[in-house]
Design a protein around this ligand. Sequence first.
Ligand SMILES: NC(=O)c1ccc[n+]([C@@H]2O[C@H](COP(=O)([O-])OP(=O)(O)OC[C@H]3O[C@@H](n4cnc5c(N)ncnc54)[C@H](OP(=O)(O)O)[C@@H]3O)[C@@H](O)[C@H]2O)c1
Length: 257
Amino acid sequence: MPESGTNLFEVSNRIAVVTGSSSGIGLALSQTLAKAGVKVVLVARRAELLEQEAIQIRQQGHTVDWVDADLLDRSELANACARIHKCFGAPDIVINAAGINLREPADEVSWTSWEQTINLNLSVPFFFSRLFVDAMKRAGWGRIINIASLQSYRAFPNGIAYGASKGGIVQLTRAMAQSWSSSGIMCNAIAPGFFKTALTAPVFDDPETSQKMAAMTTVGRNGTMDDLRGPLLFFASEASDYVTGQTLFVDGGFTAK
Ligand SMILES: NC(=O)c1ccc[n+]([C@@H]2O[C@H](COP(=O)([O-])OP(=O)(O)OC[C@H]3O[C@@H](n4cnc5c(N)ncnc54)[C@H](OP(=O)(O)O)[C@@H]3O)[C@@H](O)[C@H]2O)c1
């Protein structure tokens, strides 16, 4: 823990890997970390987008690299580990932001779409994080940050597989803490409210729905990417040295109502 008077939220020179960082929340979290001096490895499927985003972050004077991988493909996931290590060495911060929401009515969900959702949103965060745990144990310090959801706690229409995966993330986060925090690895989750991304286009493309969601918060608006910076830097830094297994709702008070 830094001396009092020094920056508790210092993360510079850490190494982070962020899944789902070709767009949306994963990209915003990567940009925040890079600006704070973290060396960031972006991971997602779309190489062109990753390359473009990396160029932009580098132009701002920050350190970033990228690895393209379909994390639903088990051999690509395993191979990604070595490729990620080659960028800057072993990551000490892992952020699991890759996710999908297929928005299907319960009566129409197929085994295939159920498995795709549960695998990417719940199984991948576990198996991907575990690739980096040995190195974190050796360092005696690490951070795993999962991305949960309002649907970790609330049921929404057409969200049965997504909600089940995000409910699972809250318990996975506790179980990760139980397994690894004695080695200095703090495992927490951020549960965002409504943030404008490709995943929430059906909400934000309809002003009435978007306004309805904003009105469900106590603050009176939907989230902006800046709202995630404080919680991210808290969970990524030594400020959270004694906080683990927790899910922090960053939802403008949506779940308080
Ligand atoms: N937006 C919100 O309001 C909100 C609220 C609560 C929780 N969340 C959660 O936040 C996370 C990010 O979502 P978002 O809103 O930022 O949506 P998004 O912009 O659609 O981002 C999803 C990311 O996941 C990546 N991805 C999808 N399938 C993948 C695969 N098979 N392998 C590797 N990467 C894959 C996508 O990149 P590629 O297509 O390039 O692979 C993309 O970077 C998700 O876990 C979501 O559940 C979002």
